[in-house]
Design a protein around this ligand. Structure first.
Ligand code: HEC
Length: 159
């Protein structure tokens, strides 16, 4: 009789153990996919979202006091001291000098287009010839900085 009871006890213990093992196996199989799915979905998203808008916003050729002085020296007599297109020569140009504070227009022009017009003149960029060419007077770095200065004046970027 005692042996039978001992056997029964062992049976019970082993059954309980089996259940515990089975349950923990179930628990693992339920939690595992969740744990492995989560990083797969979330990990690539921030990488692509962060990477795409940042490169175009990197501005080389920062605007310096030298850039502002160059603008006052060479550009302000037509484009105005504050870039509003109302310089002292403005009434005498056949086409009014561009207002560099006008975001609605400058948002439609890329930095490359502005650079091209400043370096090669209005005519080369499909604009009026009374916008002179500055490629013989100013080097490329200065012209790039002037483009960035115009972006400051209009508080805008190419859309
Ligand atoms: C003699 C007058 C005059 C001077 C000096 C002058 N500009 Fe202009 N600029 C113009 C006129 C006029 C236009 C308008 C051309 C048009 O709309 O067809 C213009 C247009 C522009 C534009 C707009 C081009 C576009 O895509 O519409 C930029 C940028 C510009 N000038 C930059 C400069 C910079 C920078 C300087 C100084 C280095 C300068 N300009 C000096 C007369 C001048």
């Amino acid at each position: 009789m005692r042996r039978v009871e001992v056997l029964k006890n062992w049976m019970m213990i082993s059954l309980v153990l089996l259940l515990v093992v089975l349950c923990s196996a179930c628990g693992e199989s339920k939690t595992n996919p969740k744990a492995s799915e989560a990083p797969e979905i979330s990990a690539p998203q921030p990488v692509t979202q962060d990477a795409s808008p940042s490169p175009p916003r990197v501005k080389t050729h920062p605007v310096t006091t030298g850039t502002r002085e160059t603008y006052q020296w060479y550009c302000a007599q037509c484009h105005g001291i504050k870039g509003k297109g109302n310089g002292i020569n403005a009434p005498h140009t056949a086409v009014p000098p561009r207002d560099h504070t006008k975001a609605e227009y400058l948002e439609t022009r890329s930095d490359e287009q502005l650079f091209h017009v400043i370096k090669f003149g209005g005519l080369a960029g499909g604009r009026a010839p009374c916008m002179p060419r500055w490629g013989h007077t100013l080097n490329d770095d200065t012209i790039h900085a002037l483009v960035n200065y115009i972006r400051e004046l209009c508080e805008c970027d190419y859309l």
